[in-house]
Design a binder for this molecule. Structure first.
Ligand code: PFF
Length: 455
């Protein structure tokens, strides 16, 4: 069997996993699903799900990944001593594939915005025109498909270099730069007139605004931003040396990811209220609001360009992890096959993603279950495949891997005690699966419905 590569440094692993986590989910999707899902109440739920469900699951994925030291499909087979369990890994590969097919579309939009700024196309617009500009940009079938291809090309070029030379080096530069720029952006947004209204919208919960759909979205969102339920974290942890402290790494990643989501919200909602835009504008939100926020400041377009470049990096580091799980599974960690299969995977994903790309333009009328191809893919991945994957992983780790194996794996690199282990185990064995099932099946909605019928 081929020798498994390893991360070169502890911080390299944290930044690469944080890089997988932080991406379109925290920066682009979080503000708009929070905007449509009820603002503060959504944020509260998102944080709760992240801590109570996301944290145990992330640790679970890390533990089995490092224990397995191989690709995700074989990890499940090996740890359960039963080849049948490989299907969880296969499902992760499939989910990643579909996910990246539409994720790369949004990555392409960022590239198009960058090109627009460099060619001077953004600076002449006034605030209201940004919305139309965005719609014009994403409905052009040629440029969007070329941009989507460019995004995939960068991902292919980096992942084909392997994890140390490609993913680790790229993440080490991009992640800290993103954090610094975000801090500046939040300060700027908070100084806008009427900023407090946006802050209130994001942070003060009004639970009457929650619906069962927004609860499902909050759950999907917390898994989506942490890249959970897809076995991507299992894959990244398989390159971990035994000296890494797993609980500490999980906490750092969750903190970083939550801070970025919070900062994205704080950068956007003050602008939404200051410029009288709609918080529930949907996917357009970040692309229409941020240019307006930047436009009103000195060197605004230069800073917006810097932001977009880092935003692109954040999306790319997430894309790397999606390609990596597929490549690791197909090549079975044989480095000689990496280049060929990275290219093959990348090109196939691009082709499958073309209808999603066109669904904002020429295919906008093609709908299934009342959703465009893009929305259907997103809904299937974020609200069905990822929670289902998360459920299976929680059940697998807590019921099919020996408790002793988990405990001794957790102890390596950390001096965590028995109590921490027991709390983690109970959360993973009971709380995570039950919560996912409740949200999934809308048990609460069903209950209300039954009560209504009998009243
Ligand atoms: N966590 C990424 C983001 O928030 O953009 C998306 C993601 C990456 C989800 C990898 C799942 C995954 F396996």
């Amino acid at each position: 069997m081929a020798q498994q590569e390893q991360w070169k440094s502890k911080i390299g692993f944290i930044l690469a996993t944080a890089g997988s986590a932080i991406g379109l989910g925290a920066i682009w999707k979080f503000p708009y699903v929070a905007g449509t899902g009820g603002g503060g109440a959504f944020f509260f739920l998102f944080i709760t799900f992240t801590l109570v469900l996301g944290m145990p699951l992330l640790m679970g994925e890390f533990l089995i990944g490092r224990k397995g030291q191989t690709n995700p499909i074989d990890t499940y087979r090996k740890l359960a001593s039963n080849p049948k369990w490989g299907f969880i890994g296969k499902m992760g590969v499939f989910t990643s594939f579909i996910l990246l097919s539409f994720y790369s579309v949004v990555g392409g939009w960022i590239i198009l915005y960058i090109v627009k700024i460099v060619t001077g196309g953004l600076s002449v617009q006034n605030d209201e025109q940004y919305m139309h500009l965005f719609e014009d940009i994403i409905s052009n079938p040629f440029s969007t498909v070329i941009a989507q291809f460019t995004f995939m090309l960068i991902a292919i070029l980096v992942v084909s270099q392997g994890i140390q030379k490609g993913i680790e080096v790229a993440s080490k530069i991009m992640m800290p730069a993103l954090l610094i720029l975000f801090i500046g952006l939040v300060i700027r947004s908070l100084s806008l007139d009427g900023a407090m209204e946006g802050v209130k919208f994001l942070l003060v919960p009004d639970f009457s605004k929650l619906t069962s759909e927004s609860i499902l979205f909050a759950l999907g969102q917390s898994f989506f931003t942490l890249s959970l339920g897809v076995s991507v974290m299992v894959t990244y942890a398989s390159y971990l040396p035994k000296t890494q402290n797993i609980p500490k790494s999980a906490i750092s990643i969750i903190l970083l990811n939550t801070i970025i989501a919070l900062m994205a919200g704080l950068a956007i909602f003050p602008g939404v209220f200051a410029f009288e835009l709609e918080p529930n504008a949907g996917p357009v939100l970040i692309f229409a609001v941020l240019p307006a926020v930047f436009n009103h400041m000195p060197f605004g377009m230069v800073l917006f360009l810097a932001f977009l470049i880092l935003f692109l990096f954040a999306a790319l580091t997430s894309a790397f992890s999606m390609v990596e799980i597929i490549v690791a599974s197909v090549t079975k960690s044989d480095a000689t096959k990496r280049k060929k299969y990275t290219w093959l995977t990348g090109i196939l994903i691009f082709i499958v993603g073309i209808p999603s790309c066109l669904s904002y333009g020429v295919l906008s009328d093609v709908k299934f279950f009342n959703k465009t191809v893009f929305d259907l893919m997103d809904f299937t991945v974020s609200n069905i495949l990822m929670p289902l994957g998360a459920l299976l992983i929680a059940v697998f780790v807590s019921r099919f891997v020996s408790k002793d194996v988990l405990y001794s794996e957790l102890k390596q690199g950390s001096n965590i005690g028995n109590i921490f282990f027991s709390i983690w185990f109970v959360l993973l064995k009971y709380v995570t699966p039950i919560a996912i099932i409740i949200v999934f099946l809308d048990v609460v909605g069903l209950f209300k419905w039954i009560v209504n019928v009998f009243n």
